[in-house]
Design a protein around this ligand. Structure first.
Ligand code: MN
Length: 327
């Protein structure tokens, strides 16, 4: 079955420095191996795609990516360079790779322009953002211009975790909880809820948000969000739709990245529907073959499996349903 994977990371030599803060969350030998694989785009990676049955990998700059840059002008230049680099790799293997753009959100107008260029000229499928940008989240009014562009092109923004802006007090004394094992998930699900309650999806009703890691826990929370919102002091926030779940069911799409487990998959399937779930592996931090075996054997209907492995990606990311024949 054709398999398209959406959260597949890479880095360039020039941008490895941004990863220094992330290196700390992994065991040193794990980070060293991941770093080596992140730099390889067409060697070992393609071989592993062949072995594990990943037909197309939609590549994205590894977290924290450009979000770690404090200087706006540097971020703008780096975005152009890295997106051009990725476009070159895709051009060499158009039937194997797609791309999510890196955006210099430090300069919202430039980020909107770069998203435009990435979609219309480089053929990218949208953009991937790693958490906050110098403390600014995607619901910030200054970034509506980026959402406007994404909604206008009908391409998703993929919100990927990164280190939090600060360390919540509840994590104090427990650095082992900081990182992808736990705190990145709560940071990202909270960021996603900022978009709902911050009115992004009221301004752009059909904007598409992608979250990895089986939706960062959100599919399990829909009933409680609705129940407590009905009870809650709304503190002046007015939503156009009645329930928080109305947004999550409509605007949210999730990937299976880094969660190879039937229970959360079935929860997401019941909560969001098969049209909102897409396959991903989270390479090189997870094994491609574990991920493909998981989705090939998950207890879902063949119709749903086809949507999750490729149908939804072909539709949302405009990846041609039939790869071009090479003579
Ligand atoms: Mn990832």
């Amino acid at each position: 079955m054709r398999t398209i994977a959406l959260e597949e990371h890479f880095v360039t030599e020039a941008l490895t420095g941004y990863g220094a803060s992330t290196a700390d969350v992994a065991q040193p030998h794990v980070w060293a191996e991941a770093s080596r694989r992140l730099l390889d785009l067409t060697g070992e990676r393609l071989a592993e795609m062949d072995t594990s049955g990943v037909d197309v990998a939609v590549l994205s700059l590894n977290s924290p990516g450009l979000q770690a840059e404090t200087d706006a002008a540097t971020a703008v230049r780096a975005a152009t360079t890295v997106n051009d680099f990725l476009a070159g790799v895709i051009a060499e293997h158009p039937d194997r790779f797609g791309g999510f753009a890196a955006l210099p959100l430090q300069d919202p107008a430039a980020a909107a322009k770069e998203l435009d260029r990435a979609v219309t000229q480089l053929g990218f499928s949208g953009a991937l953002v790693n958490a906050h940008t110098n403390g600014v989240y995607l619901d910030d009014p200054s970034l509506r211009t980026v959402w406007e562009r994404a909604a206008g092109f009908d391409v998703p923004l993929y919100l990927h975790p990164g280190n939090g802006y600060d360390t919540a007090h509840v994590l104090s004394g427990h650095p082992e909880l900081v990182g992808p094992m736990w705190s990145w998930g709560t940071d990202t699900s909270t960021h996603a809820l900022r978009l709902v309650f911050g009115g992004v999806f009221d301004d752009f009703p059909d904007a598409k948000l992608l979250l990895g890691h089986m939706g960062e826990g959100l599919p399990a929370t829909l009933w409680r969000l609705d129940s407590r919102w009905a009870f809650h002091n709304h503190r002046g926030i007015e939503l156009a739709r009645e329930r928080p779940s109305d947004y999550l069911r409509h605007n949210l799409y999730i990937t299976t990245s880094g969660v190879c487990s039937d229970a959360p998959l079935l929860c997401a399937l019941l909560a969001l529907g098969a049209e909102h779930i897409l396959f991903a592996t989270d390479y090189p931090f997870e094994s491609m073959s574990v991920a493909t075996t998981f989705i090939e054997t998950a207890p879902v209907s063949e119709a749903d499996r086809a949507k999750i492995t490729h149908g939804n990606a072909e539709r949302l990311l405009r990846i041609p349903a039939t790869p071009a024949l090479v003579s």
